[in-house]
Structures are given as C-alpha cells and as structure tokens.
Design a protein around this ligand. Structure first.
Ligand code: C5P
Length: 218
C-alpha cells in the first residue's frame, strides 16, 4: 500500500483526535492535531497581549510563533503547553482568532508543508476542503451537541476534573456557531467527504467504520 493522507473534519468535541490517534497507530501514520496549532496561536496572542486588530502587530506575533509536536505533547517556542492550551478560555480564543485570515494563512501553509510527503492524518475544520483537498480519504465526523457535551462531561468526571454539564453544552453550542459562521473556511461538510454520525456509536465502532472506508479507497 503506497503512502496516503487522511483528512478528518468535524465540530468541537466529536472525538476527532481520539479517532485519529487510533487510526494513526493502526496504519503507522502520523497524526497532526491542527486544532492544537490554533490553540497555540491563541495562547501566544493572549499571553503576549497582542492587539489582533493591529495588522502589523498580529503579523509580527505570527512570525515569532514556532509550534512543534513530540509524541502527544505540544510545544510553543520550546515550552510544553499541552495542558495550558486545553483550558476553556483558550478553546474560545482559538475559535475567535481562527477567523483571522493571517492566522489561517500561516497555519494552513504549515500544515500543508508537514503533510506533503503523505502518511499523515490531519484533523480539524477545513482539512478536506482547504488544507488537503487531494487527501485520499476524507471523513466528516458528526454528533449531536448533546452527545458531544455528554462525552466531554464524562471525560472530565473520569479524570477527576470538576465539570458542569450545562456550561460544557453552552460552550459547545457557542463554538459551533462561531466556527460555522466565520467568513473564511467555515466548518462545513466537504462535498466529497464521507459523513459519519457518531452520536450513538462507540469509539471502536467509529474506528471500524473508517477502516472500512480506508480499505476500500487505498
Ligand atoms: O479542534 P479544537 O477544538 O482543538 O480546535 C480549536 C479551535 O481551532 C476550533 O474551535 C476552531 O475554531 C479552530 N480550528 C480551525 N481549523 C482547524 C482546526 C481548528 O479553525 N483546522
């Protein structure tokens, strides 16, 4: 089997990263979590109090951002920010700043550069349509906002993190709205992506379903 790329899009909390990691293990591919990259940018812009409405300031800041991955850890300018970028404040900020053209331009080009030699699984919002329009396998993972909020709530509780279902649900709804109503690369189902509604599926069932699609295509 020659090398190929897999593009996975979908809304917040649908489990894209979990599934992408399992597929990466099964097919000996590398998973690139593009959401983590937008989170790094948001973390940097907030931490350095960058005036994002000042174009020069924003472009200068973007020049100074270096993002790298080591296994499942994310580094921003050499600092391990894996935990910090998962904070709720950063989720909302990532969604807000990802609507800026300059931010998307930088990250899309970086993602394309990384995946150009194939063998990558990228998950995000615009992978099928913008980042990897030539990906051999294109998946859109969906689930109801209630199912996604419930999963995230269970995840926090099982990790011993204090959580409030209603707050999680409202955040998911707000981020869905922001991500699907922005002007540039809004979250949408690419014409040639295969949609999987995971609301009532287990992780194993989703992986199995995608494996069938991969095995048919490549
Ligand atoms: O996937 P995750 O929730 O970590 O992504 C954080 C935010 O980054 C999303 O809400 C979305 O606004 C943005 N994002 C994006 N394009 C991607 C990946 C993430 O706009 N390819």
């Amino acid at each position: 089997m020659s090398k190929f790329n897999i593009a996975i899009d979908g809304p917040s909390g649908v489990g894209k990263s979990t599934i992408a990691n399992l597929l990466a293990d099964a097919y000996h591919m590398i998973h690139l979590d593009t959401g983590a990259m937008y989170r790094c940018v948001a973390y940097y812009l907030l931490k350095n109090k960058v005036d994002v409405n000042n174009e020069k300031e924003l472009l200068d800041a973007l020049e100074n951002i270096d993002i790298s991955f080591q296994e499942d850890q994310v580094f921003l300018n050499g600092e391990n920010v894996s935990k910090e970028i998962r904070m709720n404040e950063i989720s909302m900020a990532a969604s807000k700043f990802s609507a800026f053209n300059a931010v998307r331009k930088k990250l899309v080009s970086l993602q394309q550069q990384i995946a150009k030699n194939k063998g990558y699984i990228l998950d995000g919002r615009d992978i099928c349509s913008v980042v990897l329009p030539d990906a051999e396998v294109k998946i859109y993972m969906d689930a109801s906002s209630k199912a996604r909020a419930q999963r995230r709530y269970q995840e926090y509780i099982s990790k011993g993190i204090d959580a409030d279902y209603e707050t999680i649900f409202q955040d998911i709804v707000a981020r869905d709205y922001q991500d699907s109503h922005r002007e540039i690369s809004p979250l949408q189902v690419a014409e040639d992506a295969q949609v999987i509604d995971t609301s009532d599926m287990t992780i194993e069932e989703v992986v199995e379903e995608i494996q069938k699609i991969i095995d048919e295509k490549v």
